[in-house]
Every structure is written in C-alpha cells, then in structure tokens.
Design a protein around this ligand. Structure first.
Ligand code: SIN
Length: 469
C-alpha cells in the first residue's frame, strides 16, 4: 500500500496530457505513458493542423458557426463558444512554448483550408507535420520542468475510495493519487481500418467504464474519407488539406463522382466515398494538379506515398474511409471534471460537447490543448486529500482483435438496427473477459438507441427495418 498527499497522475502523453502537465506546474505531476513520450500518440500523427480564427478575414463567430454546422445540431453551444473562443489565445501560448508554425513570406502565419471551414484557418507546421511539431515543443518543455515526472507504465485500473479517486493501478504497481486525468486518445484501433495508431483502442474509456464514470455521445465515430488504401489495419492519412489545395476525388474511370463537393463536411464525404466503394468502384484522390508543389507543401505525405510506390504529381492516390476520431467519450465539464470526484478527462477520450455528431476538421488539436490546459489547472487547484491506494483486482487485458470486424461491419460508416443489435449481443457475451468487448458493447447499445441518422451516425437507407425495430 502506498500513501500520498496531493499527487496528480496524468494518463497519456499526447497534446492533452502534456498541456495538462505544464499547466499544473509547479505542482508535482506524474505522467504515465505506455512507451517513450511521443511514440504511439495520435497527436504526433496529426497532419492538417490546428484550427483557430487568426486570419485577417476570419472571426471567432465564423469558426463557431462552422463548428456548430458540422456538429449537426448536437454540439453544446457553450462548450463551442468557450473552446473556439480560446483558439487565438492558444496559438499565442503555443508560439511562446516554442511551436514553429509555418509562415508566409511576409512572416504572417500560413493558414490552410479544410472541409466545411468558411475561411482558411488551419495552422500547420513543416507542411503536414503539425502534430509532431507541437509534440516536439511540448515534450521539450515537459522534460525541462522539474515537477513533471515521466514514467513508462500502462494504467490498468482507476482506484476508488469512498470519496472518489484514490489512485491508479498500473502494470508496475499501485500509485496513489486523488486527482487523475485520462488523456488516452481515441478508439480507432477497435476497427479493421484506422488512421489512429493501432494501439488506440479506447483504453481511457475502458478505465472510465470500469470505474463507473459517465460516458456520452459514444455512438459518434468519425471516418476519414482519405486513408491511403494499402494493406494493413493502421493506414496512413492523406490529409484533407490536400483537397484544400485543390485535389479532387475520382474513380477508376477517371470520373468525378462526388455530388456535394470535395470539401463538404467529413461525414458527408465519407459516406459518398464509402457508397462508391460499395458499388464496386475504386476511389482515388487526384492531386496531379498540384504538380511538383505537392512534395513541398506535403513532404510527409509525399514520403508516405513514395513508400507505397505512388508519385502524387503523376498518379492518383488510392484512398478509402477509415475510423479516425471519436466525438463521444467520458463526459466532462469546462474544467475537465468527469462524474467521478477526482477523475478528469481531456483530449479525444473526453466528450466536451464541442464536436456534437461530427467534428469539424482540425478542431481536435485545438480542443486537446485548450481542455488539457484547463484540466491541468483545475486539478492543481483542487484541494489535496490524503489517499491510500490498495491494489484491487486487475481487470482482464483488453484485446481489440475479436471486436474489429464486427465494429467495422456494424458500427461503421453506414449502420442498421439488425446489425447493431447482433454486434451488441456478441460483444456482451465477450464483455466479462475482454474490456475491449465491454466498451464495444456500450458503443453498439448507444448507437442502437439513436433511431435517426445524424452526423456520423448514419443509418443505411437500403435497410428498411430500422424504424420498426
Ligand atoms: C486531416 O489532416 O485531414 C485531418 C485533420 C483532422 O482530422 O482534424
């Protein structure tokens, strides 16, 4: 048994976790990450960038309107106003922390365009390596901050006493803490194809579920329409910013097939690309119009394509939809507080209400940084209490492999009641021995309970039985 006063634990070393650790400073924080910092974090893979209304022709009200429109009526308007409103200030903070965003020749910040944004407002770094650059700067700061202790460990269980959180059980042992932040990322690894790291299987949601924290909107899973169509589960992303620079969808005949436009909201485009694939077509992104500029504007994507034997200046890029982002998660308030005293969440694992039924492109790094910072501050301000962390029974190790094909078939781009019900039943049968199945079961039940198509929850119009079910 261990004993401590005032310890804080952050589970996850992506942008949300690092911002929280830095914001909590000078309070002492232990940051748990399963591997070396930066490795395996989805934040580091973010290409397109970070959305903020900093352009001369832009306004926070426009960014708010775009976010609400993409969210299909299910955003929390207060959360949207708070988080989007904090965007320009966050950019200043990140610049102060040493992030080097790309600039135009005149020194102004370079701003890209992505789907469903009324203005170019996507800050990027090294062309298409925005997440990696933000992570570089934050990791350097965290390593140089004396109060932040970084430990390689995997959290297995949130420990509770009568007053709330009292620690974390890890694969290295029990750590006492009255304040714990989940910053563990998303759930793409529960699907057969994802743009996330394959290991992103919703670990934070499983911890929260086991501890009894409230989840919300977990049926809303965003599929990115342009993952590179190569073999494997974890597929490289071809950023939406490529379309922002003029690339267009075509099929194997060379025909343009997208009725709503290449930069329609992501759920709309993902459905169109999925349907065209289901109809037997191959889908490509045609960026040949960018010519040699492709490799300078998108050096990392050019390298990804080169590894797959594709020269985007000469050849269309084969793409397919893949699980990309979880809009729902552990329900939190403006300070990142969950329904359990002492438990906080920030980043993709959290449901703030910013995204509603469909996230606007590049709003996630923004949310992770702003909400991570807010949660870090709130945790540091919470009155410390003495806790003792016993071991508790270890839950089984989650295994995503048995759930992937069912998640992809029935909780994917298009859904139907019979399929979701069948998946929920099978997941429930596996739930006691596999936390990944327990989480999948909750997602399937949440999806089943939503009877109408909205945002990323889209019912297959070809399957008629849904309303009667
Ligand atoms: C992209 O670069 O297309 C992804 C951006 C995002 O998902 O926010």
């Amino acid at each position: 048994m261990a004993d401590a006063r005032g310890e804080m634990i952050i589970i996850g070393g992506g942008v949300a976790g690092l911002m929280a650790a830095l914001a909590a400073s000078p309070a002492r924080v232990t940051l748990l990450n399963p591997g070396p910092l930066g490795a395996g974090a989805a934040s580091a893979m973010s290409q397109g960038g970070l959305a903020a209304a900093v352009g001369d022709d832009d306004a926070i009200a426009l960014h708010i309107a775009d976010t609400l429109a993409a969210g299909a009526g299910l955003c929390d308007a207060q959360a949207v106003a708070r988080i989007i409103g904090a965007g320009p200030g966050l950019v200043e903070t990140l610049l102060r922390l040493g992030v080097r965003f790309d600039r135009r020749e005149n020194g102004a910040l370079a701003l890209g365009l992505e789907a469903a944004h009324a203005r170019p407002r996507i800050l990027h770094a090294n062309g298409d390596q925005t997440g990696a650059e933000i992570m570089r700067a934050l990791i350097a700061r965290a390593r140089a901050t004396p109060g932040i202790k970084i430990i390689q460990a995997t959290a297995r269980k949130i420990l509770l006493d009568d007053a709330g959180v009292c620690g974390v059980l890890t694969d290295q042992g029990a750590l006492p803490a009255a304040r714990v932040l989940l910053a563990t990322g998303g759930i793409g690894g529960l699907f057969s194809h994802t743009t996330n790291p394959e290991g992103a299987i919703g670990q934070g949601l499983m911890l929260a579920l086991d501890a009894g924290a409230e989840l919300a909107d977990i049926e809303f899973i965003q599929f990115h329409p342009t993952a590179l169509d190569v073999p494997g589960a974890a597929l490289p992303l071809i950023s939406e910013a490529v379309r922002g620079e003029g690339a267009r969808f075509i099929d194997e005949t060379g025909a343009y097939f997208l009725a709503g436009g290449d930069l329609a909201p992501r759920d709309v485009v993902a459905r169109a690309v999925f349907a065209h694939g289901q109809a037997g077509h191959k889908v490509f992104l045609d960026a040949r119009g960018l010519g040699g500029r492709f490799a300078t504007r998108f050096p990392a994507i050019a390298a990804i394509c080169a590894r797959a034997g594709i020269d985007p200046a000469q050849q269309p890029i084969p793409v397919r939809p893949a699980a990309h982002y979880h809009m729902g998660g552990v329900k939190v308030d403006a300070a990142g507080r969950t329904s359990l005293p002492g438990l906080y969440a920030a980043g993709e694992v959290a449901r703030t209400g910013l995204h509603g039924a469909n996230r606007l492109a590049s709003n996630s790094l923004l949310e992770a940084a702003i909400c991570g910072e807010a949660a870090g501050r709130a945790m540091a301000a919470l009155e410390a209490r003495r806790v003792r962390a016993g071991r508790g029974a270890l839950p089984p190790v989650p295994d995503a492999v048995p759930v992937r094909s069912l998640m992809s078939a029935h909780l994917g781009v298009l859904r139907d009641a019979a399929g979701m019900a069948r998946a929920a039943e099978i997941f429930a049968g596996m739930a006691a021995s596999n936390p990944a199945a327990a989480l999948a079961s909750r997602i399937a039940l949440a999806a089943l309970a939503r009877k109408d198509s909205v945002g990323a929850h889209a019912l297959d119009p070809a399957k008629q039985l849904y309303k009667a079910a």
